[in-house]
Ligand binder design. Sequence first.
Ligand code: ZN
Ligand code: MN
Length: 486
Amino acid sequence: MSESYEVVIGLEVHVELKTASKLFCGCTNLFGQEPNTHTCPVCLGMPGALPVLNQQAVALATRAALALSCDVHPFSKFDRKQYFYPDLPKAYQISQYDQPLATEGHVTIRGEFGMRSIGIERIHLEEDAGKLNHIGQRLGDATGSLVDLNRAGVPLIEIVSRPDMHSPEEARLYLTELRTVLSYLDISDLRMEEGSMRCDANISLRPSSYTGSLVDLPRVEIKNVNSFRNVQRGIEHEIVRQKALLEQGIRVVKETRGFDDAAGTTYSQRSKEAANDYRYFPEPDLPPLILDTEWLEAQKREMPDLPEALRHSLTTEGLVSRDVEVLVQDRALYGFWREVVAIFPDVKLVTNWLLSDYSRHMNAQGLSFDTPGVSAEHLAQLLGLIQDGTLSGKMAKEVLEAMFTTKESPEAVVQRLGLSQITDQEAIRVIVAEVITANPGVVADFQGGKDKALAFLVGQVMKATKGQAKPNLVNSLLREAIASHV
Ligand code: ZN
Ligand code: MN
């Protein structure tokens, strides 16, 4: 009889904090600089150089912990995690081990299964290592490696989930929601491709007959995958690989594996038993991290609106859940939506235009909502012209396209293109009368009960006005004129 397996996934996410300077020294914290131009004796690990904790980093880490519903501990401490690697000048990383900044949080994910809470075991503060630039395609066939220590000492938070996820899709949803929540805090760039957000995934399979504890299951860690998509692919491959081993009666080895993007597979890097001997001990050069109660209360009061609260308020404002998700997941888009609605409060019209035509032009121009292609004022004015009947929906699309190109106001475009709808009833009545006189046969057909004949007459009026009359107004004026026409 064949065994069934439950997939067990836990994620460790590292997030670089957007501080002005590094975690323990005054060096500038900036991505993409000339190698080794932002270093000093502290982050180079010179003997005798002493670390001083960056308060801004503590504040940003605390905000993250609060946003993820963690218990933030007024007392935590720093520890040395020792290992040798060329990107780590001190041969240890200052991290937090047995008394981290925060514990017991959660992230809520949504999917076809409904809503589920994924536990967060801990969040701790630590310093980043430097960066190795391998000469050649990959480490295996590199002809040399260059060390850049600009990143050494950059503040990180490590967010460790509980092993609560059971499919690659759940892992992707967790990462997406985690990034969405953090994006509202302004604490990090959160760019996986630049390494300001990095993810390691732990995967094991639990045979249905297994009765031991989760911790004792052999687990495989996939390291430093560079996109959410690849985290999902890596986990998918690992499930297939481990299942195949177990079904052949082969033991899964506890190890660290890399992900090969091109092949979509994972490959062995090192066995975990040997690598994990970090010999943590308390950092003697730093005092414990003690958070003042009043300071912590002030941090709580200053928390911005977070996605859960926004979802609730947008739903109350009448938006459908699909639109709510699109708005909430892009903080800049949501901010822009708020700006437009503040000027033009027809929530549905704003949402429809923003999420369709407006977004399409933004994508076409490669813009993000931090730099909107057409201002909130101009978009609100355009929607006003639709609402008061000056523009048909079709005309408004044309006007918006021109606005994206020329940055003019909608009124300026309307004037330049001579686009406004004719809403002047007298002007339309004159044309209606002409059309009736010119088409006596069609008028007679309509009077004789052929409803379709009216559509022809409407078409004639629209043609005469070059499409600028409001069709439903033309329709009612025609009916009116024919009724009084003997
Ligand atoms: Zn430094
Ligand atoms: Mn770490």
